[in-house]
Write a new protein. Structure first.
Length: 234
């Protein structure tokens, strides 16, 4: 497997978009993978194509951005009881986790990504998992991700590296990273085209982008925007 290429888990949201920019700055060849798992906010599947097309117009792409793959994982929706796969209230469950938690989602995503990376010759997977500003999902934690990297390496008999550039970065830092990687062009792309809202709402345009403005994903994105814009140089 090559050390100069990477496969980015790309949803079309803010975090994975920043991770894609991060990867393009570091690797000679970058491909993307997305998943249709019956998510409530399926509009992200439409937006990810818009974002990828816009990326190809940015200088940071430098013809490094390769093919995109989308895998259908309907079984994940069938076996989960989550507010991201059901039209139910977003709240906290008795477990203490938010009802938006989809058990096993990132574990499955990374496993499928590793299988594709094996065939495509990539040594590194890159994901936007974060345990700083997040909803408490256990499959977003550093320990979870790195233990999975170990298991995948053993199971494939090849080293699998999983990079998580945002793991210890808050949402304000994510906006700042976007600015440092691609300047106003990348920040504007994130605002206009990426999708984060759990409810799939793109009818309301805020200064930080589109969304309902009240779900946990919108609140985190908006809070990070306010923090970053209040501290960045004019």
């Amino acid at each position: 497997m090559a050390d100069d290429s990477a496969l980015v888990l790309f949803s079309g949201g803010q975090d994975s978009t920043v991770c894609l920019a991060w990867a393009l700055q570091r690797y000679r060849r970058v491909e993307t993978i997305g998943f249709d798992y019956g998510q409530r906010h399926a509009i992200e599947l439409q937006q990810r194509h818009v974002v990828l097309a816009a990326f190809r117009t940015l200088d940071l792409a430098h013809d490094k951005l390769g093919p995109d793959t989308v895998l259908d994982l309907p079984a994940l929706s069938a076996i989960s009881d989550s507010s991201l796969t059901r039209d139910t209230e977003i709240a906290f469950a008795a477990s203490g986790l938010p009802t938006t938690f989809v058990p096993g989602r990132n574990l499955l995503f990374l496993t499928y990504a590793a299988a594709l990376a094996y065939r495509r010759g990539h040594s590194t997977l890159i994901g936007g998992m974060c345990e700083t500003d997040f909803s408490g999902y256990p499959d977003c934690r550093h320990a979870t991700i790195q233990s999975l990297a170990t298991s995948l390496s053993l199971g494939l008999d090849r080293q699998v590296l999983i990079e998580t550039p945002l793991m210890f970065v808050d949402k304000a830092g994510t906006w700042a990273m976007a600015d440092s990687l691609g300047g106003s062009a990348l920040v504007d792309l994130i605002i206009e085209h990426t999708h984060t809202c759990y409810l799939g709402d793109r009818s309301i345009r805020h200064d930080w982008g589109y969304g309902c403005g009240t779900c946990p994903a919108c609140e985190l994105r908006a809070k990070g925007w306010r923090q970053w814009t209040s501290t960045k140089p004019a």
